[in-house]
Design a protein around this ligand. Structure first.
Ligand code: MG
Length: 250
């Protein structure tokens, strides 16, 4: 069941989203050669707790970190640890914050030092595909049009979309209905309604779409070892379109 949020709930999610956006502000300048993913995780937790929230991912299903940090060929669910960032890496930070019982969930992929033009293009197209999907968001639109838009845009640039991981509804639970695949035919699924809160998150592979999970049970990598990028925001569908909750307001 897709939960339509009340104005009170949306106000709390806006706060949660603001906290997530603040984490990116703090972490972006830290994505430089020599920094460990554990240091990024520690800083993220510090920012989240200093703003009166808790890290949504910490302990979720047993996840050991506060945020998911996925470097290069890691798609998602990378565990923060000893890895030292080096020039040429791309690093995805997937951040969730629970504020007064409501979650914000978003992801950014940042360059470390100087990255290749190929990596730069992948990161850029991944983010662009999110904004392409935003162009169609308003009440009455079929849910599957979101994934179709993301898939069409990314495949037109020669990239592939993994099938095993999706966006999702978000609210009092980190993962709510509906699942939001990053692929599929248009014109299917439920119709969007004002008050629905959705985490839309293109995960885009440079090579083939196949993935594999490491023996730690979390880390998801591309099967072919090529790069993967990830971009996500929590949004709310409004009467006239949408509002992005996980961005700092001007
Ligand atoms: Mg998510």
């Amino acid at each position: 069941m897709i939960i339509v949020k009340s104005p009170r709930e949306i106000a709390l999610m806006r706060e949660a989203g603001h906290i997530v956006a603040s984490v990116f502000e703090a972490l972006r300048p830290m994505c430089v050669p020599g920094v460990t993913t554990k240091e990024l995780d520690t800083k993220a937790e510090e920012v989240i707790r200093s703003m009166g929230a808790t890290p949504s991912f910490k302990g979720y299903g047993g996840f050991p970190g506060s945020v998911c940090i996925s470097v290069n060929d890691t798609l998602i669910h990378g565990i923060p640890g000893k890895y030292v960032l080096k020039s040429g890496d791309i690093v995805s930070l997937d951040v969730g914050a629970n504020y007064k019982g409501y979650h914000g969930d978003a992801c950014r992929t940042y360059p470390v030092g100087l990255i290749s033009p190929q990596a730069e293009a992948l990161v850029r197209v991944t983010e662009e595909s999110f904004w392409e999907a935003m162009k169609i968001i308003r009440p009455g639109v079929n849910l599957s049009d979101i994934g179709h838009t993301i898939q069409s845009y990314c495949e037109a640039h020669g990239y592939s979309l993994p099938r095993d991981y999706t966006g999702h509804g978000v609210g009092a639970q980190l993962h709510e209905d509906p699942p939001i695949p990053n692929y599929g035919a248009p014109g299917h699924g439920p119709l969007l309604k004002a008050g629905m809160c959705l985490a839309i998150e293109p995960m885009v592979n440079q090579g083939r779409r196949d993935t594999r999970v490491l023996s730690d049970g979390w880390t998801v990598k591309t099967a072919d070892g090529k790069l993967s990028a990830h971009y996500e925001n929590t949004i709310v569908v409004t009467e006239t379109g949408y509002e992005v909750l996980t961005q700092l307001k001007e």
